[in-house]
Design a protein. Structure first.
Length: 558
């Protein structure tokens, strides 16, 4: 017995003396449990710091059924289910079935509010605990929904700006390591090490929530009235390039997303149609081919040297139109008659100078570069019409963003400022830093640009854009009726109106585009009324004073 006892003493001395640290460390490791602390995702703000997307505190309610079973002398699971069910929005029998499982972990509820979590914990049920998580919420619902996008169940951005700026918005998770007993309970006074989570950074947009809401509402209403498949509306500040509103009809609600499609304003392409005639007119003016008052006799149908014939949208006899009148009346025949004097490569050069054939750099995911052919393209070499139809906005495809920036450049006295939807991004120190933008570039001379704005006033006063008028303000703009080509050879009609306001001191450009309207195909009838509503609200909302002097228009006829 003494020998056995001596053996125990020696072994005990070895364990507690020489081998104490490794044994203690192994025992501690077996008791340690680590949980992740989520890093809150950064906010998305509008131009005036109104929250468009944020992460709120939520909790998952978890249970260890084996530990719950020993909470009460008898019927522990049933008693726990009876107390928890009203708080978790379920029934006692359903919850009880979960709590009697032979396991050490089950979810009882996910994403419950903090007050519910605190009520659950106040019950003091053994084996019931909560883990903090976050839930992404969008307080304005569908307002700018397609633009914002949404996140997945793991908090990763899956669409829109949530996806584009995911690395900025995402927080860095932390962790907490603590000691727990054999049944999973936290040991009071035990080891508890916390590595704090690092929250994500905020992103501020140029979008104005109130203006965005008005644009979406007016657009949705007009889409229903015209039977259009969809529509887009954009409002841009011509001086800064800030996109104040970018609306998609039928925008998703990111709180309950239906799809991950990118904004149609950035992704969908179509022929710009007559709105692109301003590019042709800018080349005519810049190269001295004609002036706004140059006189032309314009037939209904005009034949070019290769035998191709181009018609106006309505039958008419010979018209005595000035160059200004050709633009105001949106005459295809007249545009080809004058525009054919522009060399083919120059026609393409001017389209490229105004941004066709490349993305705008707006910061939106899924943005298309559109389609702009080169002189070597087979469509130009083998098609006798494309070199002429491109003068009035066919044989080229653009997005809403690209079409809008043409008018914004003209309104800004011929200088292109990069359009963008993100204003600033929070840095590591918590300071909002403006996003870098391309250096403004001159596209046409100030004289040409200002002359074009004056010509575009006639398109509203005397031409096809009469329904775009805004009381108290001079408006310059252009209607467009064009086509979009879908897979399978399907052709759809696109009606648009792009306008500058006020024309005497340009501040904003508004582009309204309706895809395949049924009630009317003309931009002046389908889209111009939405322009009037949105531009009228925007001008007053931004505090832009009404126009002072009446318009001094160029003559349209002779």
């Amino acid at each position: 017995m003494l020998l056995v006892l001596a053996g125990f003493v020696v072994r005990l001395a070895y364990v507690q003396g020489l081998d104490a640290s490794p044994v203690a460390a192994k025992a501690l490791a077996s008791r340690l449990h680590t949980v992740t602390i989520p890093g809150d995702r950064g906010r998305i703000l509008d131009a005036h710091d109104i929250v468009l997307a944020s992460s709120v505190e939520r909790y998952n309610i978890d249970a260890n059924p084996r530990q719950v079973a020993s909470w009460k002398p008898q019927d522990s699971a049933a008693k726990a289910a009876e107390l928890l069910a009203p708080l978790l929005g379920t029934t006692a029998p359903e919850l009880g079935a979960t709590l009697v499982r032979d396991t050490t972990f089950v979810y009882l509820a996910k994403d419950v509010a903090p007050d519910v979590y605190h009520e659950v914990m106040s019950l003091g049920i053994d084996g019931i605990w909560g883990e903090r998580t976050t839930q992404r919420v969008y307080p304005s619902g569908s307002t700018a929904g397609s633009l914002l996008g949404f996140v997945g169940t793991d908090g990763t951005g899956l669409a829109g700006l949530e996806q584009t700026y995911n690395s900025v918005l995402s927080g860095k998770p932390g962790k907490e390591t603590y000691e727990q007993g054999a049944k999973g309970q936290r040991i009071p006074g035990g080891t508890d090490d916390v590595v704090p989570a690092v929250p994500g950074r905020d992103v501020q947009l140029t979008i104005d929530r109130d203006l965005q809401y008005v644009a979406q509402s007016a657009l949705d209403k007009r889409v229903r009235e015209t039977g259009s498949e969809w529509g887009t509306a954009e409002v841009v500040d011509v001086r800064t390039g800030e996109i104040l509103a970018l609306a998609d009809s039928g925008s998703i609600d990111p709180n309950h997303p239906a799809n991950a499609d990118p904004s149609r304003a950035a992704a969908k392409v179509y022929e710009p149609g007559s709105t692109a005639k301003v590019i042709t007119m800018s080349a005519i003016l810049e190269r001295g081919i004609a002036t706004p008052t140059s006189q032309f006799t314009v037939p209904y149908a005009y034949q070019v040297p290769n035998g191709e014939v181009f018609h106006d949208s309505h039958q008419h006899g010979d018209l005595h139109l000035t160059l200004n009148g050709i633009l105001a009346e949106s005459s295809n025949a007249g545009t080809v008659m004058v525009g054919q004097n522009i060399p083919p490569q120059v026609r393409l050069d001017y389209l490229a100078k105004f941004g066709f054939g490349r993305t705008t750099g707006s910061g939106l995911p899924g943005e298309s570069a559109g389609l702009l052919h080169t002189l070597d393209d087979p469509q130009w070499k083998g098609d006798g019409r494309s070199p002429y139809t491109i003068l009035f906005g066919q044989a080229v495809s653009v997005t809403t963003l690209q079409a809008t920036q043409v008018f914004a450049t003209i309104a800004n006295h011929g200088v292109r400022v990069q359009p963008h939807v993100v204003k600033s991004v929070e840095d590591a120190d918590g300071t909002m830093q403006p996003v870098p933008l391309d250096t403004p570039t001159r596209v046409v001379s100030q004289h040409t640009a200002d002359t074009l704005v004056r010509m575009l006033e006639s398109a509203v006063e005397d031409g096809t854009g009469g329904k775009a008028e805004v009381p108290g303000y001079r408006i310059a703009g252009k209607t467009g009726t064009s086509q979009a080509f879908e897979p399978g050879g399907v052709t759809k009609t696109v009606a648009s109106f792009i306008g500058i306001a006020p024309a005497d001191d340009p501040r904003i450009v508004v582009n309204v585009t309706l895809y395949h309207p049924r009630s009317t195909i003309y931009g002046g009838t389908a889209a111009a009324p939405v322009f009037s509503t949105v531009a009228g609200y925007a001008l007053q909302y931004l505090g832009v004073p009404p126009s002072g002097m009446p318009a001094d228009l160029f003559p349209t006829t002779w």
